[in-house]
Write a protein that binds this ligand. Sequence first.
Ligand SMILES: Nc1ncnc2c1ncn2[C@@H]1O[C@H](COP(=O)(O)OP(=O)(O)OP(=O)(O)O)[C@@H](O)[C@H]1O
Ligand SMILES: [Mg+2]
Length: 240
Amino acid sequence: MKIELLSPKEAQVLPKKHEAKGLFVTATGTDMGKTYVTALLVRALRQAGYSAGYYKAALSGAQSVEQSDAGYVDRIAGIGQEKELLLSYWYKNAVSPHLAARWEENPARLEKILRDYRAVCSRYEYVTVEGSGGIVCPIRWDEEKHLLLEEIVKAMGLGAVVVADAGLGTINAAVLTVEYLRSRRIPVRGVILNRYSGGEMQEDNLRMIEALSGVPVIALVADGDRELNCPGETLKALYE
Ligand SMILES: Nc1ncnc2c1ncn2[C@@H]1O[C@H](COP(=O)(O)OP(=O)(O)OP(=O)(O)O)[C@@H](O)[C@H]1O
Ligand SMILES: [Mg+2]
């Protein structure tokens, strides 16, 4: 597989001005609640008085930026971020970014993604980067180049949190995702269980995910939650 190599200049991801801190939000799959949880995360940071922004490298299946994940997080978290700074590639077709990129003839470039990410970092102190789909996600796959989501995360030097559903099947999905991230040397800071409603099975899921993955469950998000139940200091530490 061809991997885009970074020039020394490109590899210097963190901007000098702010020393921004980033966090990558992934999930056990698509539609697990990355956007929902990211909005609560960024909102909680902002409510705690921190400068916090959002970035997504490639988004597919939205008809406008406002209706997209980026628009949602911007609204719910009250960021007021410039549209151009929210995301780099926006595809209309609701398929994996690599396929949408092919259909729409707009292949993603790592250099542009890193440049855009740096621009967000120069504006905000805490930058939450939402992934596309789960952790195994081709962003570009054509004759010229192959680019996987994980390569973008590595190039940005980010640690990750994993959003997983609280219910049946989550032990397998969460542990597999954590192990995959580890195999790629992406540090995993924690798991967030979404649509948590309590009860013996879900409480056991939480304990088993922690026991089998060695990663703490750092927050529980219930259906319809408007706030993230997690102290500002704990949140901040995820970005270190
Ligand atoms: N805790 C929750 N309470 C209410 N609705 C939720 C919750 N979590 C997720 N949803 C809803 O479920 C849907 C899927 O969630 P979301 O868009 O956050 O998933 P995602 O992982 O970001 O998906 P994608 O892979 O497309 O980016 C959305 O309509 C979202 O509003
Ligand atoms: Mg999303």
